[in-house]
Design a protein around this ligand. Structure first.
Ligand SMILES: C[S@@+](CC[C@H](N)C(=O)[O-])C[C@H]1O[C@@H](n2cnc3c(N)ncnc32)[C@H](O)[C@@H]1O
Length: 155
């Protein structure tokens, strides 16, 4: 995804942060001059950026860890001119049982939810649960756009 973004916006500098063992492999496939790969942990420090994209990241983590990650994002985006953006692509669960079983997307979301609970100490979240995380991390505005299985959340 980072390669596609770097190609589409050649004047924008892009950075991918992932664990050092993962980054080693990624570097081998990157030919974009505006794309850098940095090895590290998002729990320690996230490189400064005008915008941060977390795609399918937060559903891997508990509420406590998500708040830690979101606070690290807040530290890394500039607040001085209020130009920073945090962009999340992740699942937003529907509330209410009737809706939960109503279509293929909802069935897939439920399946993912059970998988995240059993594989990790994690889960898929409802709108209210996302709101609580943003609030605890000190963010006060967000916009959710459903995209089917996943949603785009601008914070
Ligand atoms: C579910 S994958 C999502 C990857 C990608 N964003 C996507 O949508 O395909 C989660 C990623 O988080 C990375 N990760 C796990 N712990 C991390 C940490 N402490 N700091 C930075 N990245 C981490 C994993 O190595 C993995 O690449």
């Amino acid at each position: 995804m980072a390669i596609a973004i770097a190609k589409a916006f050649p004047t924008m500098m892009c950075v991918v942060l992932d664990l050092p063992n993962i980054i080693g492999e990624c570097k081998k496939i990157n030919n974009e001059s505006n794309l850098k790969f940095i090895g590290g942990s998002m729990f320690d420090e996230i490189p400064h950026a005008n915008a941060i994209l977390l795609k399918c990241i937060l559903h891997d983590w508990s509420d406590n860890d998500c708040v830690k990650i979101l606070k690290k994002c807040k530290e890394s985006i500039p607040s001085k001119h209020k130009v920073g953006n945090l962009i999340i692509i992740d699942t937003v669960m529907e509330e209410g049982l009737d809706k939960l079983i109503s279509d293929e997307f909802d069935k897939a979301k439920n399946f993912m939810d059970v998988m995240m609970m059993t594989l990790y100490v994690a889960k898929e979240r409802t709108k209210k649960e996302w709101e609580k995380l943003f609030d605890e991390a000190g963010f006060n505005e967000y916009k959710m756009t459903p995209l089917g299985l996943r949603s785009l959340i601008e914070v």
